[in-house]
Design a protein around this ligand. Structure first.
Ligand code: ADP
Ligand code: ASP
Ligand code: MG
Length: 827
């Protein structure tokens, strides 16, 4: 059936260039160079219109039909082509005249459309195909000007198609016959051909449908018996997802025709679905290449692909602008033929169905259709089932607009369990609700209908879940004081390694002090000091929340390193919005019980995580140890702890040789105490930590319930800080007396927190035997003893440095990594 005069040589290649490769004269020149350098002896170069041309021609036709101005865009488009001609050849006069004549034709057609007030099919097809005629002529003229002998093929002269329901159908025999005749007059070994356009059965110009020049490329590859089809665009071949939605999308080295068909069918714009038909029929490999990176191999599409060796899911697509229509009724259960009637009704109304799904209960049948068709679909179903509606067997037809379909595609999915679960889990973790699910019987694609506003987030989450891109978390850091600054340094140092080794991408999107904030897309943690003042922007937690959620990144995290109660007051709202919260701030964990309950409630309802390991014992795994004990079924009997590094230092040092007041001054000078040492000496900080531990163990404890022995003399409690520092000596006598009393019994003094199973909680100065574990700690160590049913005789001890910005930040960081791991990162 193929043309006998066309070369059978395997050295023949067909190339197709998209609009972006031909956007201006510079790019057309680049395409010409690529083709002149290509080694094959026979070559067919199929081109799209210059970028934007087809859209402009369609818009002009619509404007003319509406009686609106089309002349200005017509002039602009003509000028664009005339300018390109001037830039591409030295003596462009003839070419200019030819372009003017084409635009005169277009103008005549548009005037006719404007008079008739309707864009007839014939006029529209003739007008919208003109872009390819223009671009092919420009390229061929330029190649000829560079001394190469190319023939120019207007596809309307040879390619005959008929329009059917599923798109254009090629009349291969007649097309081959016409091509033979054309070749007799144009025997050159190299040809430039127009994409997109063809001739219809009525002999009039027609087009192959939007983006149809990929199809043209495959058709001419077949007609010229080329060994390969190269489709050149502006990306590195077929990517794992639309790079405009998932910037981390990766280029796929190889895929099968089936995978490419599924991706194209579900909306991956990179290749036209019909392209595959002629290629599959001939086993013709398609190479998707980047015009602007010709050295990059791109994607090879053939019968085998990579045999599923690159993982179950090859790529993901998103099809927007859809709606759900579902027919519901108890009377549908077990009634044969209902689905058929649904499709027949939609088919009769000429509505194409993107996806269907029916629960096995058969209580409802749901179809996904284009949003513009949804009203017609609803009416068609109401009509078709009017009898059942009247009789009550069908309750109604429900319509949900604003739907996108996300599809995961890959040959490797067939027969591999767990892929669907992986997709659903990723969507759930990104808080994306699935409205309907469908899996092709081939098991090469799973599609889910989701709300359009969740679509990009869902796509990114799924992309990361299948290891196609790193697990991405958007971060906001609040209160970069000592701990926050140390955390940002640690993040900065760890980011590159986390990306490479753990496939985690932590993106700083917001940073706020109590006064200022910095909102960014992908901030460099090293920059924050400069960026937070330049330009100065007033801190606004609501703006930060919006900025985090706007990112469409699958996961958002607030890291609260402030010591502020008002920031803690935001946790319930953040958690309810699905934003994870990580903090060393004790105000939530030890704050009012109703707020604590609201936090737990929000967390349970949204699934967002709240982590606060660093609130007790800084970087030491105190809370996680307690959780592990309880989660594995152990029961807490008591917790005892040295929970303040400051007080630990003071009592480790205090042996009577130096006055207690001098030790306090020294600790203050060394930066071991809070700015006001009373915050440590009052015992309140320790009491807060005990409340946090108690609540973790299920005791509904409040700060008021803790019996606190303050070391601050009553007279100094309300004094200002200077007066307190000046009056420190009043501490010396009672402390010396306490030390002497302890010594007399062979004991040491320690400031100990204690919680018992019955909820009894105290923090107090205690006399401990000299052989007690708490008597032998390093200077500022924290130590927590868990006495439990399992660890009754010999308590479980967690001990180590429990204060300081570095270790506290490390505790926060490890919470962040645990969160990333729980969200699916490879940690
Ligand atoms: P051309 O004009 O070359 O035909 P198109 O704009 O039709 O180019 O298609 C290429 C564009 O398709 C790319 O620039 C990219 O933004 C988009 N695209 C969408 N999904 C994918 C995908 N899975 N792989 C590659 N590109 C994709
Ligand atoms: N120029 C046509 C279009 O924009 C065909 C193509 O580019 O593939 O639809
Ligand atoms: Mg295209």
């Amino acid at each position: 059936m193929l043309s006998s005069q066309v070369s059978q040589s395997p050295s023949c290649r067909a190339h197709k260039f998209g609009g972006s490769s031909l956007a201006d004269a510079g790019r057309i020149r680049h395409v010409a160079s690529l083709m002149l350098d290509a080694g094959e002896s026979r070559q067919v170069v199929v081109v799209s219109a210059m970028q934007g041309t087809t859209n402009a021609l369609i818009a002009m036709t619509a404007a003319a039909a509406a009686g609106e101005d089309w002349q200005s865009s017509w002039s602009a488009l003509r000028a664009q082509h005339v300018d390109a001609a001037s830039a591409l050849i030295d003596a462009p006069a003839d070419l200019h005249a030819w372009i003017d004549a084409r635009f005169a034709d277009i103008g005549d057609l548009l005037r006719a459309v404007s008079l008739l007030r309707q864009p007839g099919r014939a006029a529209l097809d003739r007008i919208q195909g003109m872009g390819e005629v223009l671009s092919a002529t420009l390229l061929e003229a330029h190649l000829r000007a560079r001394g190469a002998d190319y023939a120019l093929l207007d596809a309307r002269d040879v390619l005959l198609v008929r329009h059917a329901e599923l798109g254009a159908v090629v009349d291969w025999e007649e097309s081959a016959r016409r091509l033979d005749a054309w070749r007799a007059a144009n025997p050159q070994s190299r040809v430039v051909a127009t994409g997109f356009v063809a001739s219809g059965e009525d002999g009039l110009p027609t087009v192959l449908g939007r983006n149809g020049s990929d199809f043209s490329g495959a058709i001419f590859a077949a007609l010229f018996d080329a060994a390969e089809l190269h489709i050149w665009s502006d990306v590195d071949g077929v990517l794992s997802a639309d790079p405009r939605l998932v910037p981390e999308a990766v280029s796929l080295a190889a895929m099968s025709y089936r995978e490419a068909c599924e991706l194209a069918y579900f909306g991956a714009k990179v290749i036209h679905p019909q392209t595959m038909t002629p290629a599959i029929a001939r086993g013709l490999p398609i190479l998707m290449r980047n015009t602007f990176k010709p050295e990059f191999p791109g994607t090879r599409i053939d019968a085998d692909g990579d045999g599923g060796s690159s993982g179950p899911v090859k790529g993901l697509t998103l099809d927007p602008g859809l709606a759900l229509v579902s027919l519901e009724g108890a009377g549908l259960i077990g009634v044969p033929g209902t689905a058929e009637r649904v499709f027949a009704a939609l088919h009769a109304a000429k509505i194409s169905v993107v996806m269907i799904s029916q629960g096995s209960s058969e209580h409802s049948i749901c179809s996904v259709v284009r949003e513009r068709d949804v009203e017609a679909a609803r009416r068609a179903l109401l009509d078709a089932f009017s009898r059942e509606l009247d009789g009550g067997q069908v309750q109604g037809v429900q319509v949900v607009p604003g739907i996108s379909v996300l599809a995961a595609v890959g040959d490797g999915m067939a027969g591999k369990p767990g892929v669907a679960a992986q997709l659903f889990a990723a969507l759930a973790r990104a808080r994306v609700n699935i409205r309907a699910i469908a899996q092709g019987a081939s098991e090469r694609n799973i599609s889910v209908a989701i709300a359009a506003e969740d679509a990009t987030r869902g796509l990114r989450a799924a992309h990361a879940a299948f290891w196609l891109s790193p697990q991405t978390l958007a971060l906001a850091v609040i209160g970069p004081g000592k701990v926050g600054a140390a955390l940002l340094d640690q993040l900065q140092a760890a980011l590159p390694r986390l990306r490479v080794e753990a496939n985690v991408d932590l993106r700083l999107r917001a940073l706020a002090t109590s006064r200022r904030m910095w909102l960014c897309d992908h901030g460099d943690p090293a920059d924050w000091r400069a960026r937070i003042e330049e330009p100065p922007t007033e801190a606004d937690l609501d703006a930060i929340t919006r900025h985090l959620l706007d990112s469409h990144l699958p996961h958002a995290v607030v890291i609260d390193c402030s010591a502020s109660d008002s920031v803690a007051a935001q946790y319930p709202a953040w958690l309810a919005a699905g934003i994870h919260v990580i903090t060393p701030n004790k105000h939530a964990g030890a704050g009012p019980l109703p707020r604590y309950a609201a936090i737990r409630e929000a967390r349970a309802q949204s699934g967002a995580r709240f982590r606060y390991e660093a609130t007790v014992g800084a970087g030491l795994p105190v809370i996680s140890t307690l959780r592990d004990l309880l989660d594995t079924g152990d029961e807490l009997v008591a917790v005892d702890g040295i929970l303040s590094g400051t007080l630990a230092w003071l009592f480790n040092k205090f042996d009577g040789s130096t006055a207690f007041s001098d030790l306090v001054r020294e600790a203050h000078a060394l930066g071991y105490t809070e700015p006001d040492p009373r915050d440590d000496l009052s015992g309140m900080d320790v009491a807060r930590k005990l409340v946090i531990l108690g609540r973790e163990a299920g005791v509904s404890l409040s700060l008021d319930d803790v019996e606190v022995e303050s070391l601050v003399p009553t007279a100094l409690r309300n004094a200002d800080r200077d007066a307190f520092m000046a009056g420190l000596e009043s501490l010396d006598a009672p402390m010396q007396a306490a030390l002497d009393a302890a010594r007399a019994k062979g004991c040491v003094l320690r400031y100990v927190a204690r919680l018992q199973r019955d909820g009894n909680a105290s923090v107090a100065l205690q006399e401990l035997p000299a052989d007690h574990a708490f008597a032998h700690l390093r200077l500022t160590d924290n130590c927590v003893q868990f006495t439990t049913r399992r660890y009754r005789e010999n308590p479980l001890v967690v001990q180590g440095p429990g204060a300081g910005p570095e270790v506290t930040a490390a505790g926060v960081f490890s919470d962040l990594l645990r969160l990333a791991a729980a969200l699916g990162a490879r940690l």
